[in-house]
Ligand binder design. Structure first.
Ligand code: ZN
Ligand code: ZN
Length: 329
């Protein structure tokens, strides 16, 4: 395996005076370095995940850290054989959205950071409430043992969910975690503002925990959902690594998320390999029947067309490789 590529995951809360201008410069920089991924920039800072060659990502980190105030930016680095995004998006957009009345600035109010080892120890106490700071579909395929599944489809719903579910538990220790740590930067502030006394969060998030040589991802069950072509990554590197989710069609243990082949549905659902074969990648008979009526809404049909076009015009295009990969599934 040739791991000539890298995946970077990072964020930095810092006041950016002119986010639009910063965004334009940043887009130019990322294009020059052939990075792909999704980077959000706002007056609050930057939140990004991107892939590129070892050389290009190295340059990128060096340049970003050279900006005033950015020198302590933490990058979580994964190795990869190729890009794990198809495109580059650099946007002037809120880096993390909560309800306006719950807007918190982590530079003013934030919970206590715990290193993986400290977090691991805290997980085993009985006076803590472990709160998964992510969405329900992320929780579904993997989470820390004993963590509460938040009943939220997006981050904005968290403040209300806290009031409803944990409002009477303010004397308990709150232990929160998320993928890379950014969501807890705000979530712990929300808890503190609501009057919770002891609020802790996992420094560097789940991905850092999984890489830690001492804890080796212990007490994490399942996989960790990620927002790129990999869809999920392994965290628990002990013999306790298990599959906790089930195929939504037949119920066998599975942690494969696929998107329904019907473009008008496109629902992400957990599906075992055998059911994907049997039902041809549709989430339901409704969806397979829908595509009989509207064949142009079949995403495979669309991929086949793309494949033909790339074959005709440019077989070296990264998109061509991606289309081939997708069709193989
Ligand atoms: Zn199945
Ligand atoms: Zn469907």
């Amino acid at each position: 395996m040739n791991k000539n590529y890298r995946i970077l995951l990072y964020y930095k809360f810092i006041n950016i005076e002119n986010p639009e201008e910063f965004k334009n410069d940043h887009l130019a920089l990322c294009k020059e370095l052939n990075l792909k991924g999704r980077i959000l920039i706002s007056h609050e800072g930057i939140n990004g995940t991107c892939s590129g060659t070892v050389e290009d990502t190295e340059k990128y980190m060096e340049i970003l850290k050279s900006y005033p105030g950015f020198s302590d930016t933490v990058f979580k680095i994964d190795e990869s054989e190729n890009h794990i995004f198809n495109k580059l998006h650099v946007k002037h957009k809120s880096i993390l959205t909560l309800l306006p009345e719950d807007e918190v600035n982590p530079n003013d109010i934030v919970g206590t950071y715990l290193k993986p080892k400290e977090f691991y120890e805290m997980l085993q106490r009985d006076d803590v409430i472990i709160v998964d700071g992510r969405n329900d579909y992320e929780y579904e395929i993997g989470h820390f043992r004993g963590a509460i599944k938040p009943d939220v489809q997006n981050f904005k719903q968290f403040p209300e969910w806290i009031d409803k579910t944990l409002g009477d538990k303010k004397d308990k220790k709150i232990l929160s975690y998320c993928t890379g740590g950014i969501r807890c930067e705000k979530l712990t502030g929300v808890f503190l503002n609501k009057g919770f006394n002891e609020v802790y969060h996992l420094d560097g998030g789940i991905v850092t925990y999984g890489k830690d040589e001492d804890v080796k991802g212990k007490l994490w069950d399942g996989k960790c959902y990620v927002f790129d072509n990999r869809i999920s990554v392994q965290i628990n590197r002990t013999e306790e690594d298990i599959v906790i989710s089930k195929c939504s069609i037949c119920g066998v243990p599975s942690d494969r998320y696929i998107n329904c082949r019907n473009d008008d549905c496109h629902d992400q659902f957990i599906c075992c390999e055998s059911c994907e074969d049997t039902y041809a990648g549709f989430c339901s008979t409704d969806c397979s029947e829908h595509v009989i009526k509207k064949p142009e809404r079949d995403s495979r049909f669309r991929l086949m067309n793309k494949k033909e076009l790339y074959e005709k015009y440019n077989q070296d295009h990264d998109m061509y490789k991606h289309v081939i990969e997708k069709l193989k599934k």
